[in-house]
Design a protein around this ligand. Structure first.
Ligand SMILES: [Cu+2]
Length: 553
């Protein structure tokens, strides 16, 4: 995308009916888009098996200009290619043209979703990203792309800065490549009891091009990313003994809309938040999973652009199937939360859950479904604590319980406790308010539209801060994602946060702000200096300028 084209896009954004001058209204209604979205073709659900994107396989060492930390274990090398390809999203559909990541060690892939990246804590990961998207592309999306490792802790040069500005040149054009280094953790940093240590989590990687993230991710540029260490080992006979191998399954939940020819339909001028009417898991529309009668770890990831989800499990005859929540995007919880009925997820949120299918007779059918009522990009109906549900849920995945299988896994009560934030550190923490609103034509943070050459503020390395995240945009929801460090949620609207997000139980990289919510968080930037972004992860809001940057010095 040329500068002129970007300017044109921005002008178009300003003229969009959804962002007409509105002032600080108390309840801004979404306006009707230019075009009514078509209904996707009607499809028979649950015909194809759940795709299991295979882990990217390590390449032999190659010369890299990425800076690899000294003293760490031997790096693993992956080569990731972004390409245009035709995939079958559902057996009754023709081939759909998508953009997707491919592991360079395989010649082709039939999936939209990228390979699953796997990192071990004591080994750096070098990813050579090669952009092979078509140079002469027309239609929505930009081929000037950048990969962001969402949830990773890494130097600023490798985080996937959304725009090429002096000192930050991670955006690469078609035909170019770029090496990114994910340092992993030094063994000394691995400590389940240290508040700010890194801990393995379910992460993901996706495109982060300025103004075009929504379009590029919608085209398919995303994949899952899992992380292990000596506690959460990826081997159910060691460490915490969580289900592993074929029983540790990332479930990337997305929505899409297709035209009558089975091609992706998107409205680039919809800055409310784009909703699809087809429900995909790991890049397939409503697949099925033949599960064994044993315990599974599911890694739920809301990869939708703008759709919030309340995921639950129900048998075919409507009985609830409770599950244990063991982790969020911040890694394992302090302790397992038993027998949960549902998991409420904004875009970018993750939940790791354990489900024991040995309780069910073979042949039992269970649906993974979303029953959150969300009519448009404004967000779900109801409140954070009391969301409104729709009578007929959207089914994402059909699970058919099969024969029992050997199971050496456990579901421990105690997972990874957090130490308390020292009272003196909390008392001395500088305070900052970040207000998410909208002014005239654009989504704003502290009344400013995105400008990545002008940091909104500067933080000092090693000094904890308390931020108040305030949603003053009327009746809209915003999931706020901060790069580099996780936040610890102290208060929600003056009271305790929900259990899944409460400090002492969890850490978050995405804070869900309902209408008029005010959330207080503690955050400490420990090490890497440089420029970082924070933004709304409703991707259409992000692209319509609800992003800011700050410097760590
Ligand atoms: Cu938003």
């Amino acid at each position: 995308m040329t500068f002129a084209a970007q300017t044109l896009f921005r002008l178009a954004a300003l003229c969009s009916p959804s962002l007409l001058p509105l002032g600080m209204a108390t309840d801004v209604k979404p306006l009707r888009p230019f075009r009514d979205p078509p209904a996707s073709p009607r499809l028979t659900p649950f015909l194809a098996p759940l795709p299991m994107p295979s882990p990217a396989s390590s390449r032999g060492a190659f010369a890299t200009n990425a800076q690899v930390p000294r003293g760490a274990g031997a790096p693993n090398y992956f080569e990731l290619i972004a390409e245009e390809r035709d995939v079958r999203l559902h057996p009754e559909l023709p081939l759909t043209r998508v953009w997707g990541y491919r592991d360079a060690s395989v010649p082709t892939t039939s999936l939209m979703l990228g390979p699953t990246l796997v990192q071990r804590a004591d080994h750096p990961l070098i990813v050579r990203y090669r952009n092979e998207l078509p140079r002469n592309h027309v239609g929505f999306g930009t081929t000037d792309t950048v990969v962001h490792y969402h949830g990773a802790h890494l130097p600023a040069a490798y985080d996937g800065f959304p725009e090429n500005i002096p000192g930050y040149a991670a955006v690469i054009a078609s035909g170019e490549s770029y090496d990114q280094c994910l340092p992993g953790m030094s063994p000394g940093a691995i400590d389940g009891n240290t508040d700010n240590s890194d801990r393995p989590a379910t992460m993901w990687y996706h495109d982060h091009a300025l103004d075009f993230t929504a379009q590029n991710v919608y085209r398919g540029l995303a994949g899952a990313f899992v992380f292990f260490d000596e506690v959460d080992t990826g081997d159910e006979t060691t460490g915490l003994r969580l289900p592993s191998g074929a029983y540790d399954v990332p479930l990337v939940l997305q929505d899409r809309r297709l035209d009558a020819r089975g091609q992706l339909w998107y409205d680039p001028l919809d800055h409310n938040g784009f909703l699809g009417d087809l429900f995909l898991v790991n890049g397939a529309v409503q697949p099925f999973l033949e599960a064994r009668g044993r315990r599974y770890r599911f890694r739920l990831l809301n990869g939708c652009n703008a759709r919030f989800l309340s995921m639950r499990l129900r048998t075919a005859d409507g009985r609830p199937v409770p599950f244990d929540v063991i982790g969020t995007e911040g890694g394992l919880l302090a302790r397992s939360m038993r027998d949960q009925a549902s998991a409420f997820m904004s875009p970018a949120k993750r939940y790791d859950i354990l489900v024991d299918f040995s309780r069910f007779t073979p042949g039992t059918v269970i649906f993974l479904e979303n029953n959150l009522d969300q009519p448009d990009g404004r967000g779900p109906r109801g409140s954070f604590e009391n969301p409104r549900h729709k009578p007929v849920p959207d089914r994402f995945l059909k699970i058919v319980v099969g024969q029992p299988a050997q199971d050496e896994s456990r579901s421990p009560d105690v997972l990874r406790p957090f130490s308390a934030i020292p009272a003196a550190e909390l008392a001395a923490a500088p305070r900052r308010t970040l207000e998410f609103g909208r002014r005239k034509c654009v989504w704003t943070i502290n009344d400013e539209a995105v400008d990545l050459e002008r940091p909104l503020f500067t933080v000092n390395r090693g000094q904890g801060e308390v931020w108040t995240l305030r949603n003053s945009s009327g009746g809209w929801w915003h999931p706020i994602h901060t790069h580099l460090e996780f936040v610890r949620i102290l208060r929600r609207n003056g009271g305790p946060p929900t259990l899944f997000e409460r400090d002492g139980m969890a850490r978050s990289d995405t804070v869900m702000l309902g209408p008029n919510d005010e959330v207080e968080v503690f955050v400490k930037f420990r090490d890497y200096p440089g420029r970082w972004v924070m933004h709304c992860h409703t991707l259409e809001h992000e692209d319509a300028f609800m992003m800011t940057c700050f410097d760590v010095r």
